[in-house]
Write a protein that binds this ligand. Structure first.
Ligand code: V1P
Ligand code: CA
Ligand code: ZN
Length: 397
C-alpha cells in the first residue's frame, strides 16, 4: 500500500539497561519506571530476544549530556537529593523542580536514572550510525519535554535531542515523529532554528471545562516554528492538535495522510519515532481511544520506508497496556506476529489477568475503557488534514 522499499529482514537492536526499573518518582506519581519491567517480561516471554541484538548500555556521562544541556543545570541535577533539596531555593524552581503539581520530583538515584535512559538512546543512535542496525529500540527513553536548562512534565534530560544531535553528525535531514498524547515541545524548541530536523507531533490540544489547558498547552495547528523568514527553521515543525476520544480508523487515516506527505516532502535520511503509549484508550492521563494495533500501525507505516529508525518510548500511564503496546511494537519491528493469549510463564502475569486488567490477552479491547466521548468529527479532521498539508507548502520556499 505504501511501497515497501525494503521487503523484509530488518536488523533490529534492543537497548535496555534494567537498572532504570528500580527508580521511583513517588507512590502517587503517574510515571512508573516499573512499566519497563513489564515490557521486558512480555518481550522475553514471547521469545523476541532471539530476533534482535540485545545491548545493555552504560549510563551517559556528564559530558555527553552537556552536548545539549547547560552545565549548571546538569551540575544541579547530578547533586540534588531528597535530603539536600531546598524547595525555596530560586535555583530549584528555575530548573523546573517543585511547584504546585510537582511533575518533576527529586527522588533517590535521579542522576543515575537520567544517565541510564539517555545512555540507551545514545547507544541506539550509534548503532544506526555504524549501520549495525536498521531499527534501534529504547523503550526507556522518549522524554520529550525536557529543555536545555529546565525539567518539565516528568522529563529531566532530553534523550531525544541528544540522539538526534548524534544522528546529525552523519545525516543531512532527520525527521522526528511523536505519537505521545502530549506535544513534543522540548524537541521542537531544541531544533527550532535548523532546517536539518523536522518535528511532527500528534497530540491532544485544548482547554478543559475548568479552563485548564491540556499539558503542555502548546502545539496548535498554526505553530510551525519560527516565523522570521531569515530563520532556517521556519516551517520545519508541524503540529496536529486532536480532541478527546479519537478512534482507531480516524487516527490511522490522520497519521498516514500527514506522515506520508511529510516524509515525501522532507525526504529524511533518518527517522526518530517517539511512541508514547499514553495515546491508548484507558490511559490514566490520556484522552484518546486507540487500541494497541492502531498505535502499532504508526510504527509499521514508518518502518515501511526502510530508513534508519530510532524507536523510543515516552509517556504511558496504565503500565499493563504500555507493556502490551511496546511488546507488540517490538514484534512489528522484527516482523513477528504474536499469539493473543499471553504465554503462561510470564512473571507478574497477575498484572495482565482478570477482567479489569485485560483478561490475560495481548490485545484487549481498549476502546472507551475510560469512556472519552469522541469529539473529533470527520469534518473537523478533514479540515485539519487540509491545513496540515497547506502548512507543508512552507517547506518549498
Ligand atoms: O498539567 C500539569 C501541570 C499543571 N501545571 C500547570 C502543569 N502536569 C501534567 C504533566 C503531564 C506530563 C506528560 C509527560 C509525557 O508527555 C512524557 C513522559 O507523557 C500532569 C498531569 C496531567 N494529568 O496532565 N502532572 C500530573 N498529572 C501529576 C499527577 C500526580 C502527581 C504528579 C503529577
Ligand atoms: Ca505527541
Ligand atoms: Zn505524554
Amino acid at each position: 500500500e505504501y511501497g515497501l522499499e525494503k521487503p523484509q529482514g530488518y536488523s533490529v537492536s534492543f537497548h535496555y539497561n534494567p537498572h532504570v526499573e528500580y527508580h521511583h518518582f513517588g507512590s502517587s506519581h503517574p510515571m512508573k519506571p516499573w512499566r519497563l519491567t513489564l515490557t521486558k517480561e512480555l518481550v522475553l516471554a514471547y521469545g523476541l530476544e532471539y530476533t534482535m541484538d540485545l545491548y545493555e548500555p552504560r549510563p551517559a556521562s556528564f559530558e555527553e549530556l552537556a552536548v545539549f544541556h547547560d552545565r549548571e543545570y546538569l551540575s544541579f541535577l547530578s547533586k540534588v537529593t531528597p535530603q539536600n533539596a531546598k524547595p525555596d531555593d530560586p535555583c530549584y524552581l528555575a530548573f523546573g523542580f517543585g511547584g504546585e503539581s510537582n511533575d518533576c520530583p527529586v527522588f533517590d538515584g535521579l542522576w543515575n536514572y537520567v544517565s541510564l535512559y539517555s545512555g540507551a538512546s545514545l547507544n541506539a543512535a550509534s548503532n544506526l550510525l555504524n549501520k549495525q542496525s536498521d531499527i534501534a529500540i529504547n523503550w526507556s527513553g522518549g522524554l520529550h519535554h525536557a529543555k536545555k536548562n529546565v525539567a518539565s512534565g516528568f522529563c529531566y534530560v532530553n534523550d531525544i535531542v541528544l540522539a538526534i544531535q548524534a544522528l546529525l553528525t552523519q545525516n543531512q535531514r532527520v525527521l522526528y515523529i511523536d505519537i505521545d498524547v502530549h506535544h513534543g515541545d522540548g524537541v521542537e524548541a531544541a531544533f527550532a532554528s535548523t532546517d536539518r530536523v523536522f518535528t511532527l507531533s500528534y497530540h491532544k490540544f485544548g482547554i478543559d471545562r475548568h479552563g485548564y489547558p491540556f499539558f503542555p498547552g502548546t502545539g496548535n495547528i498554526n505553530e510551525m516554528g519560527p516565523t522570521d523568514p531569515a530563520n532556517r527553521g521556519k516551517g520545519h515543525s508541524l503540529n496536529i492538535p486532536i480532541d478527546d476520544g479519537i478512534d482507531d480508523d480516524q487516527y490511522k487515516w490522520l497519521f498516514k495522510t500527514v506522515t506520508n506527505a511529510v516524509i515525501e516532502k522532507y525526504n529524511p535520511t533518518a527517522i526518530v519515532l517517539q511512541s508514547g503509549a499514553d495515546s491508548l484508550g484507558g490511559d490514566r492521563l490520556g484522552r484518546f481511544n486507540l487500541n494497541i494495533k492502531a498505535h502499532g500501525f504508526c510504527i509499521e507505516m514508518v518502518k515501511s520506508y526502510g530508513r534508519p529508525l530510532l524507536l523510543i518510548g515516552g509517556g504511558g500511564y496504565t503500565p499493563r497496556n504500555v507493556a502490551r503496546t511496546w511488546c507488540h511494537e517490538t514484534a512489528v519491528c522484527v516482523g513477528a506476529e504474536l499469539h493473543d493469549v499471553l504465554p503462561a510463564h510470564i512473571p507478574y502475569i497477575q498484572a495482565f489477568q482478570g477482567e479489569e486488567n485485560g483478561g490475560g490477552i495481548l490485545y484487549p479491547d481498549l476502546h472507551n475503557t475510560k469512556r472519552h466521548d469522541n469529539l473529533n468529527s470527520g469534518e473537523k479532521l478533514h479540515k485539519l488534514v487540509q491545513e496540515a498539508l497547506e502548512n507543508l507548502r512552507y517547506l518549498e520556499g
